[in-house]
Write a protein of this length. Sequence first.
Length: 481
Amino acid sequence: MRSIYHIAIALTFLLSACQDNMLKDSKPRSSQISIEIEPLSGEKWSVKIQSPEPVEALGFLRNTGSHRPEQWAFSNEDLDLKRRNNVDVIYSKSGKKIQSVEALVSPFRGPISKEYLLFGAFSNGAERVYMGQFRVHPTDLDGTFEPSERISEIQVTPGHFKTIFADGKWRDKRYTMTGTTDETDTYAVFGNVPVSEFSGGSLIVDPGLPDELRSKITDVMTLSAAYFNAKLGAADGPNRLTLISFMPDEQMQGTSIEGGVLSNQIHFHLTGSGWDKADGTLGLELAWVAAHEVAHVWNAFGAAKPDYFTIRPEDESSDIMDAQWLHEGGADMLTYKAVLKNDLATPEFLNQKTSGFYRQCGAALGRGPLNLAAKEGRFRDYYDCGFVIGLLTDLACRPDELDYIDIWKSMISSSQDGLYGQDLYLESLGQCSGGMKARDTINEMTLGLVEQPELFLQKAFAEQGVAVTIAADNIEFDPPI
């Protein structure tokens, strides 16, 4: 499947949560930075940054790509951009302090690992722009963020697009996204795209998206949300905006499905060729991605939040507790449950997905402890092994007529502050007959070094009463899972 489709499931709020914490431990100073953004003709965007006082440098809070040196052109030739300690830093080449920055930015439209799509064009010429890519804070020249009481304020102007959709409304003049809300870490839509009501929120769908694709995504989201609501309770938070942009490209080999979720937005960008065949495997994959992103509304932005949100990246001792597998693999396990319950996929497709997760998890364990995957840039490992851990949880609890969702709910109910993590998850597993063996397996997967991953996983499943046979094109489980 990987040779046919490029599927980038980009859920990356972790990066902003971590980088927002990269502040020196001293008394913060008031530093409301104003950022003005205006679209210009010729695929250029004007960006003006104003600090209330001169600073040594300005660092971007989103730093997962290497695109900025090519995309940003400063009007002041004394300003430059360099990367220091994984932070893109704007600084003065002459050593002066800086207070204002003006630049022309060319949209970067390529995929970035573990990052939201920065610019997503609609087929009618409208544009959705991720505002978080522009946020900056004062830093030193090494990219260490200075203390700051408030985040950036972003002012957006419609420019030649005439209108902007932000904060749930269409606007025809300048609008300010305040740093006291999540607005500066969401998408704004420039241009005219129809908005409709959908499942307690709003839906913006590319007018060029075929009706069958629109129906598939909305049906899957509706059914999945109903399932999660019934099983996990109502998700907290504001009404959500779902954005679907569509740019078919017949020159591109294969199809790209990029999905993500923010605190009040679910978004998809579909591009590539072959969308006329979306009733086959591609349609099933699209349904899986849609359900996965809906699942994140419950396991990231509802009453519960992963405790790795609180991990400080400069504290190396905390790296080993970065249990993102609970979040990404957990969303895939919830997706599996929802898809199975609502008959949204064929048995062959589900077997293919399960086999792929299992096989890739074996490869992941050969690369090192699962909890170090983020530090080492192995984000995909969280999906694969997190799903396998979900399967082992189901098997460990099956004799007790419990399953993964029961353990999830037990974990959340035992949380004192809404944060969940590995310790609470393993503690909740203790109520299952096979919980002790499953806990030992999970600890070794996440914290230890697995020398023979294939044999390790086969033994782990055998301990839960399931024999695993690895064939050339699929994995067979006996009895079936």
